[in-house]
Design a protein around this ligand. Structure first.
Ligand code: 6CS
Length: 345
């Protein structure tokens, strides 16, 4: 093939969203699957997507190329979910905090103290739960979203400028939350002033003192540099940051069986990998923060201190029903039941 016709073919393939790969001695058009992240390169979501890319490309022997789009390339979290629902992107991550505005039942994961302190329990729950892959996934299907998997990205840690050990310490403290009505209500119940903001605006808002604090896992506090503009990190034990891996339902259903199998197998293989990776990332990033800012104050709430926040947020169970309907209340009860059974095993 002449260089010109090779170039023409490449340009045409690029125009229709295909890339070229060599297969059994022939140059064939590889399909491109686009995977968007709500986080930057080097994040936990990036680790997931890069491994997904590696496994899918290996399993398809080069017939499929996965392109990973880090946060900032395509839009905010809500935009990414919309692009997947419309079939423009094939995969995205959806933080349950933000996904609640698309699928109200997802707000169940914003109920404080829901998940177990034991991540082996959470691994089983988030990858196999009949409630998650039954009623919750069915609700997402009505928005043309397929729930492929869920995983935690680490314990939520508060960053603030003052020490917060009891709900009264949150008085007048403006805490940034993801745009979820449940998170707004939760932080009100904790005694703070919740302030929803997009992820990209948190650093600037902290720097300009438009907000006083925020919550996120340690790896995110490090890579988004929130520790530079806050002085205290507090492990409150109230929640894990959980995320859903989503694809377009109609796109998935239209795939040949062998490609659906590649996705399903890859997602299964990734579950233990990402559970371990997020723990490593969170541990390593804490060391980075301590090195970069030795003055950072690290606070771990003890059992009694946690109990005060737990008590203050008790009405959130009823609030979930007010905000997301009785089905969400039933989902919460079913998940609590599953967690308690898994904890006994
Ligand atoms: O706080 C947020 O909005 C974001 N936090 C993380 C760790 N991932 C994505 C999410 O949008």
């Amino acid at each position: 093939m002449s260089t010109l016709s090779k170039l023409k073919k490449a340009a045409l393939a690029a125009a229709i969203g295909l890339t070229l790969s060599s297969h059994a001695g022939l140059t064939v058009a590889a399909e491109e699957w686009k995977f968007a992240l709500e986080e930057i390169s080097g994040s936990v979501q990036d680790a997931y997507a890069q491994k997904f890319k590696q496994l899918v490309e290996e399993k398809s022997a080069g017939d499929i190329n996965v392109t990973v789009y880090p946060y900032g390339a395509l839009g905010e979290s809500e935009d990414l979910t919309e692009l997947v629902a419309n079939g423009i992107l094939q995969f995205t991550h959806g933080s349950t905090g933000i996904l609640g505005s698309t699928a109200p039942g997802m707000q169940v994961f914003s109920v404080p103290y829901l998940l177990s302190q034991d991540n082996q329990v959470n691994l089983k729950l988030l990858t196999e739960s009949p409630t998650i892959y039954g009623p919750i996934a069915d609700k997402l299907k009505t928005r043309n979203l397929r729930l492929l998997s869920m995983y935690p990205e680490g314990a939520m840690v508060w960053t603030t400028n003052k020490v917060v050990r009891k709900p009264a310490d949150f008085d007048n403290v403006k805490m940034r939350v993801m745009a979820s009505p449940m998170l707004v209500e939760t932080y009100k119940s904790f005694g703070a002033v919740p302030t929803p903001l997009p992820y990209s605006e948190v650093y600037g808002a902290l720097q300009l003192k438009m907000i006083d604090g925020q919550e996120n896992p340690v790896f995110a506090i490090e890579e988004m540099k929130f520790y530079e503009v806050n002085d205290v990190m507090t492990w409150s034990g109230h929640q894990q940051f959980t995320v859903a891996v989503l694809s377009s339902e109609s796109w998935y259903q239209g795939l040949p069986a062998e490609q659906r199998k590649i996705i399903d197998e890859t997602v299964d293989e990734l579950a233990p990998y990402i559970f371990e990776t997020q723990a490593t990332y969170n541990n390593e990033r804490l060391e980075k923060i301590k090195k970069a800012k030795p003055s950072i104050q690290l606070v771990h709430l003890n059992e009694a201190e946690q109990a005060a926040f737990r008590k203050a947020s008790q009405p959130m169970r009823d609030k979930l029903v007010d905000l997301a309907g009785p089905e969400a209340g039933a989902v919460l009860k079913a998940l609590e039941q599953e967690i308690s059974v898994l904890e006994q095993q």
